[in-house]
Design a protein around this ligand. Structure first.
Ligand SMILES: Cc1cc2nc3c(=O)[nH]c(=O)nc-3n(C[C@H](O)[C@H](O)[C@H](O)COP(=O)(O)O)c2cc1C
Length: 338
């Protein structure tokens, strides 16, 4: 898959996720491999052009993680154009516009998915951002505002006609939040409506769901968010499923090494352990979802008061998991019973 002259290896992208996909998380995904394009978490356009240090931190990336897409959100076309120029100057390979965020905070000011309800304003923003930068410009949206207004196909077409060079579509509407009935026909309709590459997004968690989404939407690319926190090997799994290779085996020790390595990196990044512990808990909420008896580890991490306590609990969970993998009587059940 290509966006203009940028090659997207395996047609796979890591979704932008606020409070997750910072440079530390993206390093973890890179280290495991398989992902061809990285998005930063979304950055408020207004904050960025005022050089707010938090916004600049959100835009930080490693030179060797290219191609990197920096995503911005907001509602004022001129401010959005300035922000697009700004992130291009920071070195973004791709500038992405957020039209998908459902949060009240973002929608209240007509940013994020609220733009889907105001397509004319959305188009003004697209035109302003497009004109402001030379690098490829892309848009990420939901399937619509609600079930009655699934306007992604027409809006995506207008965006592409105005110069967007790729479109990502999350199958949910804004009203769905993070629930809703999986529905891929609207993404397929977007693929038919535009002549630029499309990333299909939403609930891709393994090789099977990746192939299924590809087949049912006809999209060139897949974008994966929560599935990559739950299982950072998901990109590798999809690559293997696509080429018919046998599924990847990831052992308890591999998972422990990756989780503890990531936790150590977080600790080094955050200025204090309080911040690091908060982020560890957030990540644990997803990562443990993919583990046998993961709820035990999740609760243990949630109830940790210090980083050391969290480390210890990760260690004892994985000791038990190794026992389980070696065919010993299930230590988790034994503990529950005891
Ligand atoms: C914690 C979290 C933060 C998110 N932040 C952003 C964001 O900054 N920008 C954006 O376009 N979407 C954001 N999203 C939406 C994801 O990019 C993605 O569209 C959504 O989670 C569906 O994909 P998934 O099922 O693969 O997670 C966020 C999602 C989550 C769970």
């Amino acid at each position: 898959m290509r966006i203009r002259d940028i090659d997207i290896a395996n047609g796979l992208a890591l979704a932008p996720m606020e409070g997750v996909t910072d440079v530390t998380f993206r390093r973890l995904i890179r280290q495991i491999g398989g992902c061809g394009l990285f998005f930063t978490e979304f950055i408020p356009a207004a904050g960025l052009i005022h050089d707010a240090s938090r916004c600049l931190r959100m835009a930080q990336f490693d030179e060797d993680e290219r191609p990197i897409a920096i995503q911005v959100y907001g509602r004022e076309p001129s401010v959005m154009a300035d922000a697009a120029r700004y992130v291009q100057d920071l070195g973004a390979d791709i500038v992405d516009l957020n039209m998908g965020c459902p949060s009240k905070r973002v929608c209240k000011n007509s940013g994020g998915s609220a733009l889907m309800k105001e397509p004319d304003l959305a188009l003004k923003i697209v035109e302003a951002m497009r004109a402001a930068v030379d690098v490829p410009f892309t848009v990420k949206m939901r399937s619509g505002w609600d079930q009655e207004n699934k306007n992604a196909p027409s809006l995506a077409r207008r965006c592409a006609e105005a110069g967007a060079e790729a479109v990502t579509v999350h199958w949910r509407t804004r009203a769905d939040g993070y629930k809703g009935q999986r529905e891929l026909d609207t993404i397929a309709a977007v693929v038919d409506a535009v002549d630029v590459p499309v990333f299909a997004n939403g609930d891709i968690i393994d090789g099977q769901s990746g192939l299924d989404t590809w087949n049912r939407t006809g999209a060139e690319g897949l974008m994966i968010g929560r599935g990559a926190i739950r299982d950072p090997w998901v990109f590798q799994r999809i690559v293997r499923a696509q080429s018919g290779e046998k599924p990847l085996q990831v052992t308890a020790s591999d998972k422990e090494r990756v989780l503890l390595g990531y936790y150590a990196a977080l600790r080094a990044t955050f200025h204090n352990d309080h911040g690091a512990l908060g982020r560890m808990k957030k990540i644990a909420g997803y990562f443990t979802d993919g583990l046998p008896h993961g709820i035990i580890l999740r609760q243990a991490i949630y109830h940790s008061n210090t980083v050391e306590e969290a480390y210890d609990r990760v260690g004892s969970y994985f000791e038990d998991l190794r026992l389980l993998e070696s065919g010993k009587p299930n230590p988790f059940l034994a503990r529950e019973a005891g």
